[in-house]
Each structure stands twice: as structure tokens, then as C-alpha cells.
Design a protein around this ligand. Structure first.
Ligand code: ASP
Ligand code: MG
Length: 428
């Protein structure tokens, strides 16, 4: 008997009808002879609505109480889902995160899982029940308080359960058909990917692909969990996110395949660029600047430093970070301008970031040349470049990003025959 963990996002359980549809799907999996554990998100936009409500009551809700409030969203959907399954004649039992043994640190709103002790889940499975777990939440042993894992945390719940219960696969159900070579709303010729390595998936998620949360991918990679990202609206096979070990060991009858060079093109409009102008070219200046940035809560992504000319003895340093963090970082830098000794700060929130991701890049030269050529042929200017072993990212003007993604997608032979079907969902 296989053990399958299934995660259903908010858009898959948005109303009573959807909950019944999902219940049917879960029952089918059970009927096929599997043990089933389900992690479920709050219905539709419940979490956002609860957040709004909290902010109507007070501008700064107490973190402990906010977690109490937000965790209730998942309790609603888990109970309804269990009821729907029961009405179909199957035994289902729902559990909160703490009942499920989801032990976290004490950081409200962004708790990390430190241990999973699914004793009650195992018992329920042994009783033949279908297990439903509230996603996105846990419990801290020291404070004995309820915590939440951060937005999108139900993916992480599902993966952590899969790891702790040694599940055969963790299926992430969403409103798109799987992982695409690019966001179909940006690149209409994007294709669904059948298999991708967790390493590539991590880079895509970090570069702005929104289907899977990066923490869940990291957790899956670290614990060897195979993910299957698929639609809850049809029965099509989705995308398998495989750890390297399993990717190199294709199943019987399957020829080991040469990895395609490029897996996908991710786009991201959520970042801003800050340039610190006229930084003295001395040891320790970058450290000073990025200490200020870090202390003011800036999560830096790309960094570029120009060479300084011997004559000027100064250099410019540009970096990108999430737009909402820019103002606080700008204020912190301005306050330290004299001490650090730079001459000006510039802020630009009209940038777009494109990332080309592929494990095959490692052994292929000429990938960057091809990327830059494609952009230049389309008349798109590159403002920043950064690379990792399996990724090249460039910053362009925000209004050229879509065009950039389409030409790069074509240049690397990723275009599909037909336009991708977009169900109009958020990809969550
Ligand atoms: N309900 C939570 C959120 O909207 C968790 C999740 O959906 O995964 O962020
Ligand atoms: Mg949600």
C-alpha cells in the first residue's frame, strides 16, 4: 500500500462545491488502495480577509493573536473537507497543526518546522481513516502557542508530513496543470514540464516562479521527498519534481535522458534597484553598506559593483531587493551617508528580472552569449547580470520584461506548439 500526501490550496477549496469535488478526488485515491494524508489551505482568500479584519481592529496586531486568527482559516477547510468525505461513506479525521505534531520554533508569522511527530496521524491511518491536516500552522513547545509558517505555508506542511510519514509521493494540487517553462500569462507558448530536478525548481522558485513556495522545495530536497505538482481541475499528469538521485535512475524501460540545457525562464516584477553612488574604493565599504541594508530588513538579491578608476577612487554599488523593503533601506542608508562616505543614493522601482534556469548550463558554454544575443536582437537593454551554476539572471526595464521573456523562451527552443491553457487562477 502506498502512502500519498495530497495538498490542496485555497483556490481548490474555495467554496462548498469545490470542497465536495476535492473530497471525491481524495476518496478516489483511497479507493485505489492508498493511505491518504491531506494538507489543506484556508478557503479561497480567507487568509487575506482575516488579515484585513485584524488590521481594521488594530494597525499592529499582536503576533501571537494574529497566528491564532490566521490558523483558524485552515481549521474551517479541514473540518468541512472531513465532513464531505464522511458523507461519501469514508472515515476521515481532521487534525490541527499541533494535533498533527507539527512542532515549530516560536517565531510567529514565520515559524520554521523543527520536528514532526505525527503519532496521531499514524494511528488514524492504522484505523483506516483518511487524515486531513490543517496546513500552514504548528505549535511551539516552549511557549505552548500556535504558530503559522508564513504565507503559502501549506506546501511546507504537506512536504514535512510526507517526509515524516515516509510517503511515496507528495502531490501538490493547484489551479494550473503543473510547472511551466515560463508563466503562461507572460509567455503564451510556455509548455508544461514533465520532470524537473529539485535543484532547478529551487532556482525557478527563487527567481519568481510562483507555483511552489521555495521553502517547500528546499524541505523536499533536503528530505528526499518527490513532489508531483498537478491540477485539481483535471486528471492530467502534472510535473514531477525529482531529487537528483531519482532523476538519474529512470524507471524500467526508460532511457536515461540527456538533460535539456534550459528548464525554464522565470520573470519577476517584485524587486526594486538601489544604487549607492560614489562609494570610496576601500576595504570594508561593501561590508558597511550591506550591514546597514541587512539591519534595516533588506533582503538583497542581486549585487553589482563597478570597477573604480584609479583617478576617481570611487565606485558604484547597485543591488536589488523586494520593493516593499526599499523605503526603509533607503532611509537607513541616508542616515549613514556621511559615515560611510558615499555621494548619493538612487532608487529605481521600474525594473524587471528575468532568470534562465537549467542544470544543463553547467556543461554548456555559450548559454550566456545566446541569452544576450536574443535580448539584443529584440532591442532590450541589460542593466545587471548575475549568475549561479545553473542560472543566469538579468535586470531589464520593467516594461520590456514580457518581451524579453518571450524572445528568450523562443531562442532556447522552449516554445510549445499551442498556447498554454490558463485556468485564470493564481497558480495557488
Ligand atoms: N492560507 C495560507 C496563505 O494563504 C497558507 C497557504 O495557503 O498555503 O498564505
Ligand atoms: Mg491561501
Amino acid at each position: 500500500m502506498a502512502l500519498i500526501v495530497q495538498k490542496f490550496g485555497g483556490s481548490s477549496v474555495a467554496d462548498a462545491e469545490s470542497i465536495k469535488r476535492v473530497a471525491k478526488r481524495i476518496v478516489e485515491t483511497r479507493k485505489a488502495g492508498n493511505e491518504v494524508v491531506v494538507a489543506v489551505s484556508a478557503m479561497g482568500d480567507t487568509t487575506d480577509e482575516l488579515l484585513d479584519l485584524a488590521h481594521e481592529v488594530t494597525p499592529i496586531p499582536a503576533p501571537r493573536e494574529l497566528d491564532m486568527l490566521l490558523s483558524s482559516g485552515e481549521r474551517i477547510s479541514m473540518a468541512l473537507l472531513a465532513m464531505a468525505i464522511s458523507s461519501m461513506g469514508y472515515v476521515a479525521r481532521s487534525f490541527t497543526g499541533s494535533q498533527a505534531g507539527m512542532i515549530t520554533d516560536a517565531q510567529h508569522g514565520a515559524a520554521r518546522i523543527v520536528d514532526v511527530t505525527p503519532v496521531r496521524l499514524r494511528e488514524a491511518l492504522d484505523d483506516g481513516a483518511i487524515v486531513i491536516v490543517a496546513g500552514f500552522q504548528g505549535f511551539n513547545r516552549d511557549t505552548r502557542d500556535i504558530t503559522t509558517l508564513g504565507r503559502g505555508g501549506s506546501d511546507t506542511t504537506a512536504v514535512a508530513l510526507a517526509a515524516a510519514l515516509d510517503a511515496d509521493v507528495c502531490e501538490i494540487y493547484t489551479d494550473v496543470d503543473g510547472i511551466f517553462t515560463s508563466d503562461p500569462r507572460v509567455v503564451p507558448k510556455a509548455r508544461k514540464i514533465d520532470r524537473i530536478s529539485s535543484e532547478e525548481m529551487l532556482e525557478l522558485a527563487a527567481s519568481g516562479a510562483k507555483v511552489l513556495y521555495i521553502r517547500a522545495v528546499e524541505y523536499a530536497r533536503r528530505h528526499g521527498v518527490t513532489l508531483h505538482v498537478r491540477s485539481s481541475f483535471n486528471n492530467n499528469e502534472g510535473t514531477l519534481v525529482l531529487n537528483d538521485a531519482s532523476r538519474n535512475n529512470p524507471g524500467a524501460g526508460e532511457a536515461p535522458m540527456e538533460q535539456p540545457i534550459v528548464a525554464g525562464v522565470a520573470t519577476d516584477l517584485s524587486e526594486a534597484k538601489i544604487t549607492v553612488v560614489g562609494v570610496p574604493d576601500l576595504p570594508g565599504k561593501a561590508a558597511e553598506i550591506f550591514t546597514i541594508v541587512a539591519k534595516s530588513g533588506g533582503n538583497v538579491d542581486m549585487i553589482v559593483q563597478n570597477v573604480s578608476t584609479a583617478v576617481s577612487g570611487v565606485t558604484d554599488i547597485s543591488f536589488t531587493l523586494p520593493k516593499p523593503e526599499a523605503q526603509q533601506v533607503l532611509r537607513a542608508l541616508a542616515a549613514e551617508q556621511e559615515r560611510v562616505g558615499f555621494s548619493a543614493i538612487q532608487h529605481d522601482d521600474q525594473i524587471g528580472k528575468l532568470a534562465l534556469v537549467g542544470a544543463g548550463m553547467r556543461t554548456n558554454t555559450g548559454v550566456s552569449a545566446k541569452l544576450f544575443e536574443a535580448l539584443s536582437a529584440a532591442g532590450i537593454n541589460i542593466e545587471m547580470i548575475s549568475t549561479s551554476e545553473i542560472r543566469i539572471s538579468v535586470v531589464t526595464r520593467a516594461d520590456t520584461l514580457n518581451k524579453a521573456a518571450n524572445v528568450v523562451h523562443s531562442a532556447f527552443g522552449l516554445d510549445g506548439e499551442d498556447e498554454a491553457v490558463v485556468h485564470g487562477g493564481t497558480g495557488r
